[in-house]
Ligand binder design. Structure first.
Ligand code: LMR
Length: 334
């Protein structure tokens, strides 16, 4: 090689090496509100690990659990503004964003089990719901499972009448509001991070959540009774700031998509087991009486909550509700 050419080559390579060294990783802040030791908390960590490996360090993910960065409502705003890049809010929290159709997942007894749910989240209906987020500047990427909810309070909860007059903490969903009203209780929308204290101080009397959330927030320490009602589902949509996501280098985005696919499989594999383990732990604590409703009590609850589907059909869309009945092959009214 002629000296001049080799000098040019050395300069080009030198500059390339320098810029590779100097290139900062793309930072993704992933904020959420639950404990690390929950289905969502574990899945977020799994996603971080996989995403950083699959992008060869081009992406660095910082996971902020337990509302350490933002609470429920603020995290949605932060995502839209680009202050965080990814979230996995509960499906019950998309109403304030203006995509109230997600509240269909909150309808009481709409899913008999995870199989019903997966027919929706892994099918056309689930995809079309995620697509509705685009106009809000949000990219809907995946669904992560949590589980079926139990009711808790400081009194036994067996029949619908037992809920009369109770102040019940709920997520920001009109369907959940209607559900609690159908039971004669007073729903109070409140951020997840404030729920334990509200229960402890008596600002609210009770709440609903899957066992993994109840246990990891220590709610069982301030709730004497838990009823295994399994009356509704709580799960998540993994979302990103749309502008951020679409501007990513395609190779990086593919790496993230692959990581997310694996993390989603993992999330949905562990969700039931994590909830079962948490329920066992609540039992073992001896702090809460756990009640399994009888068949008649389940029927009475189903009857009391059935009108919520029709009542909410204007808000959510009758067509969407019907498409879920068709997808799962189950209409709770029939
Ligand atoms: C709640 O607010 O009860 C849940 O949405 C928390 C969560 O993210 O699971």
């Amino acid at each position: 090689m002629k000296p001049l050419v080799s000098l040019a080559v050395a300069v080009v390579f030198g500059v390339a090496a320098l810029s590779a060294q100097a290139a900062d990783p793309i930072m993704i802040k992933f904020s959420h509100v639950v404990a690390p030791d929950t289905p969502k908390g574990k899945a977020a960590e799994k996603f971080k690990e996989l995403a950083e490996a699959k992008t060869n360090g081009a992406v660095k993910i910082e996971v902020y659990p337990n509302s350490t960065l933002y609470k429920d409502k603020e995290e949605m705003e932060a995502l839209q503004m680009g202050a965080v890049q990814m979230l996995a809010p509960s499906l019950a929290k998309f109403g304030p964003l203006g995509v109230k159709e997600f509240e269909v997942f909150d309808l009481p007894y709409i899913f008999r089990n995870y199989e019903d749910l997966h027919k929706v989240t892994e099918g056309e209906v689930g995809k079309s719901l995620l697509d509705k987020l685009e106009k809000k500047g949000v990219k809907g990427l995946a669904y992560w499972d949590n589980g079926f909810k139990v009711m808790s309070a400081n009194k036994p909860l067996k029949m619908p009448d037992d809920y009369k007059g109770l102040k019940m903490r709920i997520q920001s969903s009109k369907v959940l509001e209607a559900q609690m009203r159908a039971l004669g209780s007073n729903p109070q929308v409140m951020p997840f991070s404030e729920t334990y204290q509200a229960l402890q101080t008596g600002v609210v009397d009770g709440t609903e959540n899957p066992p993994s959330n109840l246990y990891t927030q220590k709610m069982h320490e301030v709730q004497k009774h838990v009823s295994l009602t399994n009356h509704g589902y709580l799960g998540y949509a993994v979302i990103a700031n749309r502008g951020f996501w679409e501007k990513l280098d395609p190779a990086v985005r593919t790496g993230l998509e692959e990581a997310l696919k694996e993390a989603t499989d993992y999330a949905n594999q562990i969700a039931k087991e994590e909830n079962d383990k948490s329920l066992e732990a609540v039992k073992a604590s001896g702090k809460t009486e756990i009640y399994t409703p009888t068949e008649d009590e389940v029927k009475a609850m189903q009857k009391a909550l059935a009108p919520v589907h029709a009542e909410m059909s204007d808000r959510i869309g009758k067509e969407l509700i019907d498409s879920i009945y068709t997808t799962t092959g189950f209409d709770p009214a029939k």
